[in-house]
Design a protein around this ligand. Sequence first.
Ligand SMILES: Cc1cc2nc3c(=O)[nH]c(=O)nc-3n(C[C@H](O)[C@H](O)[C@H](O)COP(=O)(O)OP(=O)(O)OC[C@H]3O[C@@H](n4cnc5c(N)ncnc54)[C@H](O)[C@@H]3O)c2cc1C
Length: 622
Amino acid sequence: MHRLLAFLSAALTVSATFITNDTTGIPSSFEYIIIGGGTAGLAVANRLSVNHSVLVIERGTDQRDDENINNPLIATAGFPPNICHGLGSMPPQVGSNGTKLRVQPVQFGNCLGGGSSINAMQGSRPTLAGMNALEALGNPGWGWDDFLPYMQRSETFTPPNAQQIERGASFNASVHGFSGPVGVSFPDPFLVPQVHSAAKETAESVYGVTPTQDMGDGFSGGHVGSMYYHIHFNETLQTQRRSSSAWSFLYPESQQRSNLIVLTEHIVNTIMTTNASTDGNITATGVTLLPSAGGDMLTLSVTREVIVSAGSVFSPGVLQRSGIGNSSLLQSLGISPVLDLPGVGSNFQDQVLLVNVSFPVSDAFQSDPNVTVNAPTLGLITAHATANEAFGDQGTQMISSAVRNSTSAADQVIASGGIVNAQSMELQVNVIANAYEIDHPLMELLFTVGVTLRLWAQSALPLSRGSVYINTTDPFSFPVVDAQYLTIDSDIEIFTRAARRLGLAASTPPFSDLINSTASAALGLPAVNASDDAWRTWALDHYSPAVHFIGSNSMMPHEVGGVVSPELLVYGTTNIRVVDASIMPLGIFPHCTLGLYGVAEKAADMILQTASKADPISLPSP
Ligand SMILES: Cc1cc2nc3c(=O)[nH]c(=O)nc-3n(C[C@H](O)[C@H](O)[C@H](O)COP(=O)(O)OP(=O)(O)OC[C@H]3O[C@@H](n4cnc5c(N)ncnc54)[C@H](O)[C@@H]3O)c2cc1C
């Protein structure tokens, strides 16, 4: 009663969203409880709380005034340390001699906005071939035509200005949204003109790709264009700001919700469930949580749904601590299984990146009065190459058969926990090979300039699969996160090719004219015509995580290790959904964020549809 009165008095004075780190002032029951106030979680909360009571529980803090987060130029100048930028570690990953020696960090967001508050703000979208592959995996309603309107709903796209157009930016209005919460725009000032045109020209000649009007139009072939960012121009401050999920869906005046409470600095331990339903499915009745600084465990009740949105690294642990997951794992930790769901935490994956190829610029470029190389600058030229472009005329055939041969690695991947059965490998291999056959990009190459000129190569649609699992019931413990990078031959083959192409781009004019002529040798890059073995060794010794973690609660059929249905409901439950990057079973989002807003919008629609047909659950009397 005391709690309710405290909340009512706060609600009477403020009709805005109530953000607090104190549980004494909040009710004990909500229609929806969302676990994690990150990228997808805040977007779903915003939509549901128009007409329903919603509680978001976020482990981290409210960092709304942190310039290291909000100011895109500061934020991209080497990711300055901030309280939101979490770091964990991964068991050693494979290196060139086959031994697991490479230590890779696990980066994650740890404040309101989650990953969207600390990421590099690079905006990209899936392709038509990618979304259709997701649908073909057993997810009706998730093809490109169904999904595009959701990405548009979340977005306010700012068309390029005259200077940006002059420097090469272009767009296709028909694929964008112009009234959603998330600001998307080209950076201003834009990438220095010399780099812009040199990068495009070199990408065209190295890959044979053609310039595209808009990198987000779903086109599934090879193309090159300017990348937009999740940034917007703030009229009051007269400067660009990060469009994090928090600054898009939570803080703005126009997004206030009297039905929404956001509880920060509290960590969810478990979801409480009952198996009273007649169909044998379990039903969530609430959550247990505790202050992030430590303290007493609390419980809060839910009358409609629990939405797990703690991200790919942490969502599996929430389910596992709640007794939902692989029964053997749970029993080994002393957790009583309530639902044996072996897919929880498997199918975990990340793209692979060569991010450390940073070339010193040439003297001529550095002394050009029109170039400021020392200031951090935003702006990327992105090239997507298809298998034929990357491997020559027979490329598609070669790649699709290399991918199809990967079914022979099923036992190895099952043994490492990456998939639950051979059928899962076969299904995924098929949809990935089919996607390449209809020209899903094989790799992404990114060019940018700061103090150095940087080239990044990123593989698309990897097949290597790892896992995430808890090894203690302590919610504060970091889980065991193992991406198993580059453990499948076809991934190594594709990534080696991406590395070789990166080397070729670095030595092809006009881009090569901008960098120091001795740079490639100084960085230890093999010669362009060096053997495949030399390039493979170099690639395996230089890769980094792309930190686009996905898949650990995959949306795919139950019998192949899926955790959620196409409605994002956890199999075997009536009212637990997962809405975050962990539901994506395939790496079809080259960079995740804009796609994830689409996922959140679609999820909110499905949740509201369910609510329109059913009354809230009556909770048992305490
Ligand atoms: C360094 C870095 C750079 C990146 N760069 C880009 C980029 O340029 N472009 C791009 O599109 N993508 C980028 N990404 C990827 C992108 O940011 C993520 O894929 C995306 O933010 C994931 O969103 P999510 O909703 O799944 O999870 P998150 O945004 O991570 O949200 C999960 C939230 O849950 C909270 N949480 C976790 N466990 C609990 C618990 N038990 N109880 C309560 N709260 C909990 C976390 O604190 C977090 O706020 C980058 C990621 C990183 C780490």
